[in-house]
Design a protein around this ligand. Structure first.
Ligand code: CUA
Length: 367
C-alpha cells in the first residue's frame, strides 16, 4: 500500500518536471525558427514596426487571447492547488505514517470507514470546483465566439491552402471589392478584425496565440473568428491542424501597425502591377511556362492555386513564412522548391541559368 502511494507521487512529480522541460523546449525551438526572419524587410511599405511577438498563450495582445489567458491561469491555479494539496497529503501520509522500525506486528493499521462529514465534504467541494470551471469556461467561450462582425471591423476572408494562406480583404472601395494577398496579413492596431475562414482543400487551423484562439478552417464550411491587436508588431503563428507534408511549413504572420501605416500598405496592394520593360524576357517566361497556371499577377496571369504575386516584393517571406524573401533565396526557390519545402505543390520547371535569372529578375520588380 505505502510503496504504491509513494511511486504514484514520484510518477506525478517526474511527469510534471518532464512536462515543464518539454514545453520550455518547444518555446525555444519556435523562437529559433522565427527570429532569423524577423529582420528581413523587403520594402519600406512593409518595414516592421514593433517587436516580433512569439506564439505564446501567456503573452496576450488582444481581447480574445487575454480572455483565454485569464481562464488558463484560473484553471491552472485551481488544478495546481488541488495537485499540491493531494500530493502534499500523500507525502505527509507516506513520511509520517510509515511502519516504525521496531513495529513487528503483522496486522494492518486500523481501517476507518464511513464518515458522513468527510464524505459530504469530498462530494460537495469537487462539485463546486467543476461548477466554477464549467461556468467560467462557458462564459469565456460565449464572449469569444461572436456570431457577427464586431462594429467597425476590418473584414478579411482567410482561405487555407496546402500549404499557404490566402487573405481577401473585403473592401467595397476597390475595383472587384477585394484586395487579395498571401501569407502575410496586415492589420491596423486597435481595430477589430473579423475573419471568415474557408479551405481550398483539407482542414487547417488558423492560430496566432497572442491574438486569438485556434479556429478550424474546413472545406465546404465557413467558420468565423476575430481579434483586435493592441500593440504594433509582427505576430507569429502556425497552422494548428495536421494537413499533410508541409503542415509545419504553413506559418502565420500578422503585421499590426498604426492605421496610417496600414492604409499606406493597403494602397501598395491596390496599386496597378509594375510593368518594367527591362525584365520583359522574365515576364514572357513566367507567362509561357507553368508559373502562370497557378499564380496571379494582375494583368499578366490569373492562376488560382498558388499565392498572388502581383505585389510579391511587399512581403518579408516566401513559401508561407518558411524562408526570407531576398534575391538569392527567391532564385533558389524558383530553381527547386522541393529543396526548400519538400512535398510542396510547386514543381521545379527545370529552367536553364539564363531563364532562371530572367524570371527572378522579373519577380523582383513586382513591388
Ligand atoms: Cu495547414 Cu496544418
Amino acid at each position: 500500500m505505502k510503496t504504491n502511494k509513494f511511486s504514484t507521487a514520484t510518477f506525478f512529480a517526474v511527469f510534471f518536471f518532464v512536462f515543464i522541460l518539454a514545453t520550455s523546449d518547444r518555446v525555444h525551438a519556435a523562437a529559433e525558427i522565427c527570429s532569423p526572419l524577423s529582420g528581413t524587410a523587403a520594402s519600406s511599405a512593409t518595414t516592421q514596426t514593433g517587436p516580433t511577438i512569439l506564439p505564446n498563450i501567456f503573452d496576450p495582445h488582444g481581447p480574445p487571447a487575454r480572455m483565454i489567458h485569464d481562464l488558463s491561469w484560473l484553471v491552472l491555479g485551481i488544478c495546481g492547488g488541488l495537485f499540491i494539496l493531494v500530493e502534499g497529503m500523500i507525502f505527509y501520509g507516506v513520511i509520517f505514517y510509515r511502519r516504525k522500525k521496531n513495529d513487528k506486528s503483522k496486522d494492518e493499521p486500523r481501517q476507518v470507514y464511513g464518515s458522513n462529514p468527510v464524505e459530504i465534504a469530498w462530494t460537495i467541494i469537487p462539485l463546486l470546483i467543476v461548477f466554477v470551471l464549467a461556468l467560467t469556461t462557458v462564459r469565456t467561450i460565449r464572449s469569444i465566439e461572436l456570431t457577427e462582425a464586431p462594429k467597425g471591423a476590418l473584414q478579411v476572408v482567410v482561405i487555407g491552402h496546402q500549404w499557404w494562406w490566402e487573405y481577401r480583404y473585403l473592401d467595397a472601395s476597390v475595383p472587384g471589392g477585394e484586395v487579395v494577398v498571401a501569407n502575410e496579413l496586415h492589420v491596423p492596431i486597435n481595430r477589430p478584425v473579423w475573419l471568415r475562414l474557408e479551405s481550398a482543400d483539407v482542414i487547417h487551423s488558423w492560430w496566432v496565440p497572442a491574438l486569438a484562439g485556434k479556429m478550424d478552417v474546413i472545406p465546404n464550411h465557413t467558420n468565423h473568428t476575430w481579434f483586435n491587436a493592441e500593440t504594433e508588431g509582427l505576430y507569429l503563428g502556425q497552422c494548428a491542424e495536421y494537413c499533410g507534408n508541409q503542415h509545419a511549413g504553413m506559418l502565420l504572420r500578422v503585421v499590426a501597425s498604426k492605421p496610417a501605416e496600414f492604409d499606406a500598405w493597403l494602397q501598395t496592394q491596390v496599386a496597378p502591377t509594375v510593368n518594367d520593360t527591362s525584365v520583359a524576357m522574365g515576364r514572357d517566361i513566367f507567362q509561357e511556362y507553368a508559373c502562370s497556371n497557378c499564380h496571379t499577377v494582375k494583368g499578366v496571369s490569373d492562376g488560382q492555386f498558388a499565392p498572388d504575386l502581383t505585389h510579391l516584393m511587399s512581403r518579408q517571406t516566401i513559401a508561407s513564412g518558411v524562408a526570407p524573401l531576398d534575391p538569392t533565396t527567391l532564385k533558389a526557390w524558383i530553381d527547386n522548391p522541393q529543396a526548400l519545402k519538400p512535398g510542396c505543390n510547386m514543381p521545379s520547371l527545370q529552367l536553364d541559368t539564363q531563364e532562371l535569372d530572367a524570371v527572378t529578375a522579373y519577380l523582383l520588380t513586382l513591388r
